[in-house]
Design a protein around this ligand. Sequence first.
Ligand code: GLY
Length: 377
Amino acid sequence: MADVAVVGAGLIGLGVAYELAKRDVAVTVFDRDEPARAASWAGAGMLAPFSEELPDAAMLALCRESLAMYPVFVEDVRERSGVDARLRRDGTLHIALDDARLADLAVHAEMYRRNGGEVTMLGRGDVLAREPLLAKDLAGAVFVANEAQVDNRRLGRALLAACESLGVRFKRVADIALDCDARRVRGLRTQHGFTPVGTVVNAAGAWAGELDGVPDDVRIPVRPVAGEMLAIALPRKAMRALVWLGHRYLVPRDDGRLLVGATAVERDFDARVTTAGLHDLLDAALAVAPALAGFAVVETWAGLRPGTPDGRPYLGATALEGYVVAAGHFRNGILLAPITARLIADLVVDGRDAALGPFAATRTAAGPRSMVANEIA
Ligand code: GLY
């Protein structure tokens, strides 16, 4: 019998299962889909806590700590799985196409610096020397050196194999419901029957607020926010840095694909790729790099981010004994996978919850917004 059941086999659920299994906990992961699909597969893998302009200082600190864990995390998972998730630390370029935007970017650059970003302002010549495919008439850029990317699809495969090597079991089920009495968790119910288990970790991403059987008073308010994306086939190494233009971004992968993302649309659990979404993405991509016009679009897809009212995830115990949540990571689930895994394992194995305060599952829906990280002075 499992000591712990994890609901959701995305990068958060896999990371939690992996960390628990390393600490000799027997874990079973339940999902309706294949492991590491949904947002974990759809994301761009940006590890960009400064560029993301996070909602507050607690969230910034959590994201920075998780970024710092990434090299060891990826290497550890690679050693156990044989799959390299391709962590790349090439930094982020925020492009200004005109002088007004460059002045605006300079203000944002100050904020990134205050938040811990290693920031440089670059003129047109320097930008084009680094990234020759970008618009020849751009005005300049802000470069954030200490941001990175990981290939999230590879990381999903790596974590799955690493979990399997540690004996984590996976169950693909059509229906999942929590079973509890008034005080505590009793187990999970699926179409195959009842699985008794003392601890259930809800890591169901955008679906975390929908888990059947969860009493209303411990249900977390997570909502889906769709992100549409596309990929363009480029010669390998034609671009290196993450490139942002406003809210859109380009992410060059080692295999030559250039990911272009992402829209942010709230339309329930609808993960279609729309013509308007593609138009929006291509508009931004061609504005920042007109040279992309001659290359092929090789893939389009969409995923559902798990949004929360205050922009922070819900991490930790609830008022229902044995029911733990690790969900609502919104735009930063891939970045936050290592720290989430560690904090949830600390809680489940050792009862330690010291770091979870600002992210407590028991906070009110609106949550505190005291220490503002993205305030522009
Ligand atoms: N992390 C980028 C996005 O969610 O679009």
